[in-house]
Design a protein around this ligand. Structure first.
Ligand code: SAM
Length: 249
């Protein structure tokens, strides 16, 4: 799985229509959520930071942010993107299933956004990651997870999800995913068809991964099993459903 994001890292921003606007918007939305749920928070840990969308966005709102990810290339790019924006974030390579072992505790908020958790393919692995996230928090701290709602997604094979077309530096990219379900999991192929607009030469990048199409109801239950309290789903605060929980002791 890290290979998927290592290969995707240079192209990842193209998933967004305007990545800087996404950084800004997501930073604002997460800040509003954190201020409502855990108003005194200062230290944030992002355990699946990727190229830094939420980590940079929150650092731009004056949070002290640590970001980590299992993909070394994604973390390398996140470091570079934070630097060019003059944003201070501490980045590290780390599997979220070892988040506490790596980062220790004392964080006010731990986040994992944009459907990162369903990369873990079993309930046992999800529970392990959630327990590690809980252990990273101080008492009173909160957890923010954003995921796809798989209960509203079509099941089957040859399912195409279009991300549209982007143009950048003389190139046009046609971006789409193909999903093939296999029980509760699915294989995903992420295609970037790159066309050089001056030579018309075409190159196709394809990255493959597997996801666990876990329902939000089951994820909320795993959060409770991990020890989070006041666990619930929030809609309309972010572009995806958000699951929150608090470490009370
Ligand atoms: C869809 S991306 C989201 C990245 C970032 N949150 C964003 O929105 O730009 C999912 C991320 O989860 C990371 N990931 C998957 N499994 C992981 C694990 N076990 N530990 C840490 N990161 C993981 C991937 O490397 C990838 O960067």
């Amino acid at each position: 799985m890290p290979d998927f994001y290592d290969d995707l890292a240079p192209l990842y921003h193209l998933i967004h229509q305007d990545w800087d606007a996404s950084i800004r918007r997501q930073g604002e939305q997460l800040t509003a959520l954190i201020k409502t749920e855990w108003p005194k928070s200062k230290r944030v840990l992002d355990v699946s930071c990727g190229i830094g969308t939420q980590a940079i966005g929150l650092a731009q709102h004056s949070y002290s942010v640590v970001g980590s990810d299992i993909s070394a290339n994604a973390v390398g790019r996140a470091e570079q993107e934070a630097r060019v924006r003059g944003t201070k974030v501490l980045f590290a390579v780390c599997d979220m299933r070892q988040a506490h072992h790596h980062h220790g505790s004392g964080f006010d908020v731990v986040i994992s956004c944009d459907n990162s958790l369903p990369h873990l393919l079993t309930d046992d692995d999800l529970l392990l990651a959630l327990k590690e996230m809980l252990a990273c928090l101080s008492a009173g701290g909160g957890c923010v997870i954003s995921v796809r709602d798989y209960e509203t997604e079509e099941r089957g094979t040859n399912i195409v999800k279009s991300y549209g077309v982007r143009t950048e530096r003389g190139k046009r990219y046609l971006i789409f995913q193909v999903w093939d379900f296999d029980g509760e999991q699915y294989d995903l192929a992420f295609f970037f068809v790159e066309e050089d607009l001056s030579s018309s030469k075409v190159k196709t990048h394809v990255m493959r991964s597997r996801y666990y199409a876990i329902s939000i109801t089951c994820l909320l239950e795993l959060m409770r099993q991990a020890g989070f309290k006041n666990v619930r789903r929030l809609d309309h605060t972010f572009y995806q459903p958000v699951l929150v929980g608090t470490r009370t002791e």
